[in-house]
Write a new protein. Structure first.
Length: 70
């Protein structure tokens, strides 16, 4: 199953996540608390409007997102 993240993309893809799909619900990102790069990808720690916190990883090689609830 592909995990789904909506994001703002300006000069490059996945500049900032705007929403995450979790357990069949679309959760809007209220704040990007932290962002960092890893070899072959981008990582974000986000807080949703509902107060849930996730680590989101975009894996460039596979063009896919990985979602981990904290």
């Amino acid at each position: 199953m592909t995990e789904k993240v909506e994001c703002h993309s300006g000069y490059e893809y996945a500049e900032r996540p705007t929403a995450v799909w979790w357990q069949g619900q679309r959760l809007e990102v209220e704040e990007v608390e932290e962002r960092w790069r890893i070899p072959g990808g981008k990582c974000f720690r986000v807080r949703t409007v509902e107060g849930l916190v996730f680590n989101l990883t975009y894996v460039e090689l596979f063009d896919e997102w990985r979602i981990h609830q904290l």
